[in-house]
Write a protein that binds this ligand. Structure first.
Ligand code: IFM
Length: 454
């Protein structure tokens, strides 16, 4: 086991350690204080969409247990808490009236963090789109980007003065491809044209959100959180290598390109540009405004081979076999070198600002035995990926912080509650929280920071 004190010595004294969650995954109270349905409420109530038809109605009941959860975060010794704000609490219909009670909740959350000397890292959109916006087509409609702009302005005007950092979007790859092309996440669409529309309108909404922050809180650092994929070819054949490059454009380039270079990737545009929605003249300038930081969520590599099916849509790839037999309980390959390769490639290809690892962690489902949760494989996973992170920093890669996903077990989207990522165990019957072995280990590490350099 890597000793946390030894590992801590490999990080700069101002490295930031935090824990992360997202609104729909922990809050519950989906009908309380004026909140209305999100696309995830509707999706999880449909048969066949979410394991066991689990839903977010109660989740970790964080809405009602916020103070004790903030105490829990404090007890973990971390410097920052990354959370997301639920749009359907703030503007329950997506457009229309603002719900003061929803804003009050996040006001209390941010004040509670300040009172405990914990930095507040907020995300404006972590997938809980107000259901009413589906009446206009959700993210496939350009109007949703403008609705997001107003929502962002409402949030920033109310709590922006006390945030330490804000991200516009969490993992647009999921809310675009996984939600509109692969049908796994809400709204469960499987249509490339819908996905291409969602792609551009999400990118536009990100840019409009950056505008809002720059205008209303010019000193608030703003960024975006991307689950960039570390992509490997299934073999060294020329066909598979080319497939991996196409996959890089499709899974990474369509976000990194517009946001950091002001353009969609060439190969992607040659193949699919004619099916994109209208890209108005100013759009790419809005999308590519300079950011203060970007967030990387990394869990597992992606391996692809060439798809020889005639007329297969770009990127024309199929999944290739993992190289490692080591998998977490959700079936994701554990392979930390992919994190290093990814960070190096992204920094060499794009002019990126400093990076925070805004999510990293592992799914292991062991429970409480005699008051303890022995989740050694999660501890090893986190230690291993932090060790890679320390090496990256040593070679000069600008990584400023790390947030463990997740503070506590929670609603794991299409997997419901059966898949657990927390460093704190949640008993969903009693709502008792139990810090796992990985949580105790992470606490020992995080408590060393910020370190006074002598
Ligand atoms: O639970 C999710 C989170 O909402 C976004 N990133 C990946 C996590 C694990 O799947």
């Amino acid at each position: 086991m890597i000793d946390p004190k030894t590992l801590s010595a490999r990080f700069p004294g101002d490295f930031l350690f935090g824990v992360a969650t997202a609104s729909f995954q922990i809050e519950g109270a989906t009908k309380t204080d004026g909140r209305k349905a999100s696309i995830w409420d509707a999706f999880s109530n449909m048969p066949g969409r979410v394991f066991g038809r689990h839903n977010g109605d109660i989740a970790c009941d964080h809405y009602n247990r916020m103070d004790e959860d903030l105490d829990l975060i404090k007890s973990l010794g971390v410097e920052a808490y990354r959370f997301s704000i639920a749009w359907p609490r703030i503007i329950p219909e997506g457009t229309g009236p603002i719900n003061e009670k929803g804003l009050d909740f996040y006001d209390r959350l941010v004040d509670g963090l300040k009172a405990r000397n914990i930095k507040a890292y907020a995300t404006l959109y972590h997938w809980d789109l107000p259901l009413a916006l589906m009446g206009d087509g959700g993210w496939t409609s350009r109007t949703t980007a403008y609705a997001f702009q107003r929502y962002a302005k409402t949030v920033i005007a109310r709590i922006g003065d006390r945030l330490d950092s804000v991200a516009t979007f969490n993992e647009p790859w999921c809310s675009v491809w996984l939600s509109h092309l692969y049908g796994i996440h809400a709204p469960g669409e499987r249509n490339l044209d819908a996905a291409l529309h969602a792609l551009h309108h999400t990118n536009l909404a990100h840019g409009l959100g950056v505008d809002v922050v720059r205008h209303h809180q010019p000193n608030l650092p703003v960024g975006i959180v991307l689950n960039a994929h570390s992509i490997y070819p299934g073999s060294e054949s020329a066909e598979d290598m080319a497939a991996a490059e196409r996959a890089f454009e499709f899974h990474n380039g369509v976000f990194f390109g517009p946001v950091f270079e002001g353009k969609y990737p060439d190969g992607f545009m040659s193949a699919l540009g004619h099916r994109m929605p209208e890209i108005e003249e100013a759009d790419l300038a809005i999308i590519s405004q300079k950011l203060d930081w970007w967030g990387l969520n990394y869990y597992t590599p992606m391996r692809v081979s060439h798809d020889a099916t005639p007329n297969a849509d770009f990127p024309a790839t199929v999944a290739a076999e993992p190289v490692s037999d080591i998998k977490t309980d959700i079936g994701w390959e554990v392979y930390s070198p992919a994190l290093a390769n990814l960070v190096r490639r992204l920094n060499s290809q794009y002019p990126l600002p400093p990076c925070y690892i805004t999510e990293n962690g592992a799914c292991y489902n062991m429970g409480v035995v005699d008051g303890q949760v022995d989740d050694q494989p999660r501890l090893d996973y986190i230690a291993d990926h932090l060790s890679v992170t320390a090496d990256l920093i040593a070679e000069g890669q600008p990584i400023k912080g790390y947030f463990a996903w997740s503070l506590m077990d929670n609603f794991e989207w299409a997997e419901g509650y059966r898949m657990r990522f927390g460093i704190v165990h949640v008993d969903y019957n009693t709502q008792v929280r139990t810090v796992k072995k990985s949580g105790h280990w992470y606490c020992e590490l995080a408590a060393q920071f910020p370190r006074q350099e002598i």
